[in-house]
Design a protein around this ligand. Structure first.
Ligand SMILES: Cc1cc2nc3c(=O)[nH]c(=O)nc-3n(C[C@H](O)[C@H](O)[C@H](O)COP(=O)(O)O)c2cc1C
Length: 213
């Protein structure tokens, strides 16, 4: 049994500091909503209830984004040019900023403290970001793709962020959660807020939460 999965996020966080790991519960591959229904129901929703997401919900969203779906070859939920996987995924929670490790299906806390409001300010002050209980951030490392595809890399990496984002939107809908993709933001500010490495480019922000009643 995964004990961490049963502990509310807020309790996990109290015992944790930067560098510590949250083991995510295994993702479900069967759900209650059909793919067709999820596609039909998906809408950009920008107002969220003040209710935290569970570790299971967060794990499921991250799995949909970049989780391993074929262990032997390390293939992921979203397609990637040459299976080079240039995307990195972060989740910004009230407890801190966490980096997702797809191979281990776990989160590593990279920063402590609530960065959501700073992120909101960096993204044209859109309240969807500051008010969501979780904000996914996709970043891209262009070199990984450029090594094989040269100057088409920036195109491919952006396309891949779109694939991952759409998976999350449909997964969120299937869990009766709400989300919206956010494209406009100050790259340098976002990079600073979540402490990105120099070769990591922020591509997409995705606030996720329960829809406002
Ligand atoms: C690249 C991209 C960037 C977007 N950026 C924002 C944004 O910054 N804020 C926002 O509220 N919606 C944003 N959206 C969502 C669109 O406004 C939304 O998809 C559109 O109005 C259609 O509505 P629907 O998603 O409910 O079908 C973005 C969508 C895309 C594809």
């Amino acid at each position: 049994m995964n004990v961490t999965a049963m502990i509310p996020m807020v309790l996990v966080s109290q015992a944790m500091h930067v560098g510590e790991i949250i083991h995510l519960p295994p993702a479900k591959v069967k759900g209650e909503m059909s793919l067709e229904e999820s596609i039909a129901k998906r809408r950009s929703i920008r107002e969220f209830a003040a209710k935290p997401l569970s570790i299971e919900q967060i794990g499921q969203l991250l799995w949909a984004a970049q989780g391993i779906t074929e262990k032997d070859k390390g293939l992921r939920a979203a397609p990637s040019a040459g299976a080079l996987y240039p995307l990195e995924t972060y989740v910004v929670l009230p407890e801190g900023v966490y980096h997702y490790n797809p191979q281990r299906h776990e989160l590593k806390r990279v920063l402590a403290g609530d960065r959501r409001l700073e992120l909101q300010k960096a993204a044209r002050d859109q309240e969807a970001i500051g008010s969501a209980p979780a904000v996914l951030v996709f970043t891209g490392v262009y070199e990984r793709t450029a090594a094989k595809y040269g100057d088409r890399a920036s195109r491919y990496v952006s396309i891949e962020a779109g694939h991952a984002c759409q998976n999350v939107l449909l997964q969120a809908t299937a869990q009766n959660l709400a989300s919206v993709p956010v494209g406009p933001f100050e790259d340098t500010q976002v990079a600073k807020i979540i402490n990105l490495a120099k070769n990591e480019n922020p591509l997409y922000l995705m606030p996720v939460g329960y829809p406002m009643e």
